[in-house]
Ligand binder design. Sequence first.
Ligand code: PLP
Length: 410
Amino acid sequence: MLRAKRNVPGLQLNGEPAAPAEPARERPLLVGPLPDRIRHRFPIFRNRVYINSCSQGALSDAVRDAYERYLEDWDERGAPWDYWVEKSEDARRAFAGLIGADADEVAVTTSVSAGLSAIATGLRYARRSKIVTTDWEFPTVGQIWHAQELRGARVVHVETGEDGTIPLEHFAREIDDDTAIVSITHVCYRNGARVDVEEVVRLAHERGALVLLDAYQTAGSLPLDVRELGVDFLAAGVLKYLLGSAGLAFLYARRGVVERIWPTATGWFADKDIFQMDHRDYSPSSTASRFQSGTPPIPAIYAGVAGIELMQEIGVAETRKHVNALNARLIDGLDELGATLATPRRPKRRGALVCVRSKDAPALVEVLGREGIVTSDRDSNLRISAHAYNSTDDVDDLLAALQRHRKLLA
Ligand SMILES: Cc1ncc(COP(=O)(O)O)c(C=O)c1O
């Protein structure tokens, strides 16, 4: 059964901004007016509480229009490859702007896996053979690093601490002068915990190791600045908090390290001059384009640029503030229900995602879904991930539903 339509603060059902309604429950927490401005641009909220951006961002009018524009351009222009290659430069610039990088430090890829494979196959593992990673990584990351064991690499996993975070001492125990690269995820997709990136980078660089950050769960939900973070590489895709769709991702590579790496997973869009069409030579670009491979994902680029631009317009810093306030309200309500959080409580140690332990997480996702509330699960956790468009009513509706299904919480 879909959730009954109600007058969400900031949204009348015709999509016009409405006067803010009283919160359903009295919670002394400040939540700003962000959804009032933007919610009408995401049609899913007409009949669902969508609070699942860790999995996929909600579809906006801008992204739908971008897909239509792609089809129109194809129809009207035939094969406008120069124009489409220029679109891919727009995507590169848009992502570079989002993370404080220069455009020539960004590779346009089709997935995090593609960018990471370019790095992993480009490292030699002769002088330094160790890859240090964690148990918080997305499967693709662990799998690609372990594949390098066939090429002489040794992979170690830093242990998670008893409190659910990864203490810096655990990294310190593993990162040594045999370490080629430290591969970390910014926010864990399974438990919502956030790594102290700057401290890991400091430690790794002191010991001569590179650092790669998987920022898929933070791009668009947390302001990112690669210079402040100090990472050598950052990979992220657009389908979650950047409001795009599948098929487009990016790899940032710090200028100083680009030419030290010679990917053997490669392709013609990595070449120093793609228009030379030289099939007898491997001469990768001197920029981060050397981490690209084949034909760029043009339809996903249209959508991705629209999503990133929309997120820039909405404001990532404002979104972070808004989601922090929503999550404070959520955690307060979960405490009242006696639920067990799997995510650290300190805002500095979590991102947008809040995970709650469940006796049967798939069943809980299913019953919430039947009531029109879209969430997801991993391990034994219910994943709740608010974004700029979510309102206090969404949180209160979810809490009310969790109260009804209290027996499924652990
Ligand atoms: C943290 C993280 N990394 C990577 C991915 C996906 O990687 P890829 O773009 O290679 O499919 C996801 C997506 O679900 C993710 O949450």
